[in-house]
Design a protein around this ligand. Structure first.
Ligand code: HDD
Length: 618
């Protein structure tokens, strides 16, 4: 995908193009005032601009203008972020990702400030300062393990059973997304929609990516972090620059106050979802992001999202958490940008300091953590257990590990045992629960919560495919695979022991635009191993090539091996499984064109878990 900027995009703005395509928008750029304090949370991130388009008029539920009529377009800016990280840290760390959308409506800005997870750590904003303290680098030496926080975080969550549901999401693969373009977004809170007649219903907002919801696996994320620390931000930028505009469908769960009262959980409790099986999602429109910012500092650093930014037709519910957020965002904007730009945040005049009590249902902490865990595939469950093991291994105080395990017993004994075994510990007694006779949950398994339910509709578009090349590869099969893949919208890279021209067995030249040394296998979604005995021999003697192939296999991505290329798979240890695994396709060179559609289908499946249990290199 192209990375060149299009200066034409700047026409109509006050921006000026400087040498090397740099852009100046803000007159104070490069001056004493260039820096503003970074956000305490969600510091590193990317903004992209575009529009929201309503599928239909939705006036029976809300008078909010973005939903006023079919085809109505509202300009939007979305900011995707890493929740707990400081700026400058790697994109890949395990973390909740921010998903904030600013709708620039005809009646003012509406900020839907959500995450890629539908629940939160705490039920009450009073606990937020402690949570932030525990998520941030250790107070004495300022070191964080980057991928996860330290003892203080696990001390906090193990003492806070209400965090358990969020922990399930954070320990799942959702916390290491493949791309900002491949994340779901959730408004998290229960909002109110109000129509022209003043009638109201409750509502939850869901963003669903057409690109599918896809994740990395941990070993892959760790290696990408070194190979390309800006992986997520680069991916979003390059997709938009190349014209592959990411798109999300907005869906609403709508329910009445009476319905909500009958649920076994409280809809104002942010540690609970409303399962889709209980209230289905109604699609209402789509968001298309089609423009990168012209100026990072002006449009990404200085942009301010605020929960209080609402428009008529959408209102708050008085969550104990939302009330706190409404103060906190305005407060942080004053500290962060008011001094620099003179921006006065929206005053929270609507807030009468109403205090919302918590119903008895808030005391139930485990049913939905179990719902999430029990709705995952076997592989997803294994990844959750592995993440807990990895994280808790880094915890220095044994009592914290023990307490966390005792809390996990309340989610699933199987999970607790799986984690305990990796820590060399016995499964402890279950942590006493705050409530022993909760109302029975309406839904105990929700297939919609597994990534398997979210393949998307974009197939291999923008997927990065590596084709290994060496002197003496067979040219014709690679040319036909290349054609089929690019026609399907994939981005194909020829990867060699170095960049530059390689001469094929029949004399054609193939230019490698990537080298294995600087672009390891983890940066690609799938692999084509070429035919040609001289080439295969050279690749077999190249340590980078063998590591490249093993990583693609280990991370369960699709491999196509042509002709003699099969030998490389055997050398990489795949011999025993290569004929059985649906993620490994084998073909003679003469059949390259015929195998291409099957390869494309397999790549759009993202990962093939068969490898997982059979990988000799796992
Ligand atoms: Fe928050 C930023 C999302 C709870 C206080 N939050 C921030 C951003 C997102 C969220 C996406 C980044 C905005 C941007 O890109 O500039 N926050 C959430 C979600 C929450 C949540 C989904 C739970 C449902 N947040 C939450 C609470 C408080 C805050 C309970 C405080 C009481 N959040 C903040 C903040 C931030 C922020 C400290 C830091 C930077 C900023 O506001 O501009 O005010």
């Amino acid at each position: 995908m192209a990375t060149k900027r299009n200066p034409a995009r700047l026409s109509g703005t006050s921006a000026t193009v400087l040498p090397f395509g740099r852009v100046r928008v803000d007159p104070s750029d490069h001056s004493d005032h260039k820096r503003i304090p970074e956000r305490i949370l969600h510091a590193p991130g990317s903004v992209a601009h575009g529009y929201f388009e309503a599928y239909d008029a939705f006036a029976q539920y809300t008078r909010a203008v973005p939903f006023a009529e079919k085809g109505k377009r509202t300009p939007v800016s979305a900011r995707f972020t890493k929740g707990a990280s400081e700026r400058g840290l790697k994109d890949m760390a395990r973390d909740a990702r921010g998903f904030a959308v600013k709708f620039r409506t005809d009646e003012g800005n509406w900020d839907l400030v959500g995450n890629n997870m539908p629940v939160f750590f705490i039920q009450d904003a009073m606990k937020f300062p402690d949570l932030v303290y525990d998520l941030k680098p250790a107070p004495h030496h300022g070191i964080s393990r980057a991928e996860s926080p330290h003892d203080t975080f696990w001390d906090f969550v193990s003492l806070m059973p209400e965090s358990t549901h969020m922990l399930m999401w954070v320990m799942s693969d959702r916390a290491i997304p493949r791309s900002y373009r491949m994340m779901q977004g959730f408004g998290v809170h229960t909002f109110r929609l109000i129509n022209e007649q003043g009638e109201s219903v409750f509502c939850k907002f869901h963003w669903k990516p057409l690109q599918g919801t896809h994740s990395l696996v941990w070993d892959e994320a760790v290696k990408i972090a070194d190979a390309d620390p800006d992986f997520h931000r680069r991916d979003l930028w390059e997709a938009i620059e190349s014209g592959e505009f990411p798109e999300w469908e907005l869906g609403l769960q709508i329910f009445t106050e009476e319905q909500a009262q009958g649920f076994s959980f409280d809809v104002l409790d942010l540690t609970k979802i409303v399962p889709e099986e209980l209230v289905p999602i109604t699609p209402v429109g789509r968001m298309v992001l089609n423009r990168n910012p012209d100026h990072f500092f002006a449009e990404t650093e200085q942009v301010a999202f605020c929960k209080s930014h609402m428009v008529p037709g959408i209102d708050f519910c008085h969550h104990p958490l939302l009330t706190g957020r409404r103060h906190s965002y305005a407060d942080t904007q004053i500290a962060r940008i008011a001094g620099k730009a003179g921006v006065e945040p929206f005053p929270d005049t609507n807030d009468q300091d109403r205090v919302c009590g918590k119903s008895e249902k808030f005391a139930e902490h485990y049913a939905q953590a179990a719902l999430f865990y029990n709705s995952q595939s076997a592989v997803e469950k294994a990844h959750i257990a592995a993440a807990f093991r990895l994280e808790l291994r880094g915890v220095g105080v044994p009592a914290i590990r023990e307490r966390m395990l005792s809390s996990l017993v309340n989610v699933s004994r199987e999970l607790a045992a799986d984690v305990a075994s990796g820590l060399g510990m016995q499964v402890p007694d279950a942590m006493p629960k705050a409530i022993t006779d909760p109302e029975p949950a309406e839904v105990t398994v929700s297939p919609a919560l597994s990534l398997k339910a979210l393949p998307g509709q974009r197939g291999v578009r923008t997927r990065q495919i590596a084709v290994l090349v060496e002197q003496g590869v067979h040219h014709a099969p690679l040319a036909s695979i290349h054609r089929a893949l690019t026609d399907a919208g994939a981005v194909v890279h020829f990867v060699g022991s170095r960049v530059g021209v390689f001469v094929a067995s029949s004399g054609e030249e193939i230019e490698a635009d990537r080298s294995m040394e600087s672009s390891p296998g983890v940066l690609f979604d799938a692999l084509v191993v070429p035919d040609g005995s001289d080439a295969v021999q050279a690749l077999a003697g190249n340590g980078h090539a063998m590591a490249f192939i093993k990583d693609i296999f280990r991370h369960c991505k699709t491999i196509l091996a042509l002709g003699a290329g099969r030998e490389l798979l055997k050398m990489a240890g795949m011999g025993p499984v290569m004929n059985e695994d649906d993620g490994i396709l084998l073909a003679e060179s003469a059949n390259a064109a015929e195998v291409a559609p099957a390869f494309i289908t397999a790549v759009s499946g993202h990962r093939h878990s068969y490898h997982e249990s059979t990988s000799p290199t796992k």
